[in-house]
Design a protein around this ligand. Sequence first.
Ligand code: GDD
Ligand code: MN
Length: 404
Amino acid sequence: MLHQDTQQPSVDPQQRASAVTPEISVIIPTYCEADNLPLLVPQIDRALGELSSKVEIIVVDDNSPDETVMVCERLASDFPVRLHVRKKERGLSSAVIAGMRLAKGKLLLVMDADLSHPPEKIPELVAALNDPNIQFVIGSRYVTGGGTDEDWGFLRYLNSKIATWLARPLTSAKDPMAGFFAIRKLTFDQALQQLNPVGYKIGLELIVKGNCRNIAEVPIQFHDRMHGESKLSFREQINYVRHLKRLYEYRFRNWAYLAQFLSVGATGMVVDLLTYAALLLYLPTGWARALAIWVAMSWNFLLNRKLTFSYASKDAVLRRYFSFCGSCAVGAVINWIVSVSLASIFPATTAHKLLAASIGIIAGTGFNFVLCRYVVFQDKNPSRDSPEHAVRASEKDESPADDG
Ligand code: GDD
Ligand code: MN
């Protein structure tokens, strides 16, 4: 059915050449899409109809080993296609960012090359940005009227749902993982300094960093790719979790660090109790308790260094380890002082003593957290999210993969 597409452009290329600056830039990241582009580009052109004279199509290719570049050059003689080939970088997110930076249009629309996204919905997505209150428009699978092809197995569906659910505190959008979306160039320019995606959820990155709170979702039917294959990989799932961590830290700052710190603490408690139980088989209580505490403390140190405060430079491990132990000791002393002094104020029942101890634990943990965040794992390089660094970091990302 796709072959019905006439290769004839809807606007005479000559006429188009003299056209004014494009108003809309359609950005298509590609990697090995030689089979799909010749179908997609005419479809886009036809779907745009009258709008077509106001559009540029920017293809950002990462030097695909197939014939994508050649195919694209051929298409450029009939359609308003601009090709940008990157020879050094690789990655969907950074390709989209590169395309957006090159775009001349005031409105930017991003879509996949593999015919998963219906071009006939482009006018609707773009039109939604006519409303000045709307900051971001998604071609959405998960609003009424939208959907995915049937052969999406249950696992892929579940995977996508869980990924969406994990992003819930960051955005109320129903389909923030979508690769089919529209945004104003202005919003992108304002967010550019902050962009630092890992993996390929560039839409979510733009929603968060562009501070897009008002999002419109246009229902679409998502089709499985026709030609070639998606790069579904476990590694991309890990990248997604790393990306989420970054976004949570960006949006929620110290609350995100505290949540991770407390989670690590909870695992440390389990390690402590298990070790204690094991050691009691061989050692007297005093020694077993002391050793278990030391094991749990070291466990907490390693996890906090690797996860919670992963921004902290990797050097000075020993110095950080000893200051971490010191910080835990200070936390313990504060815990003790608060618990004991509150217990002496409260009526002397056991329940009140436990309440006092709970407040002591909170005070000690809070103090420990602040010490860890600002002293033990001090951020020696807080400027690493500078524009240069951010974009360069995002360019290091490798291929995209699975669905969200
Ligand atoms: N330039 C460039 N560089 N483009 C790339 C790269 C890369 O390294 N890797 C993939 N692309 C292009 C592909 O050529 C395609 O046009 C688009 O990015 C999406 O790649 P797919 O491999 O087809 O991804 P997917 O189908 O698994 O994921 C899509 O659907 C997801 C939702 O189900 C994407 O749209 C995701 O962003 C989206 O989350
Ligand atoms: Mn795809």
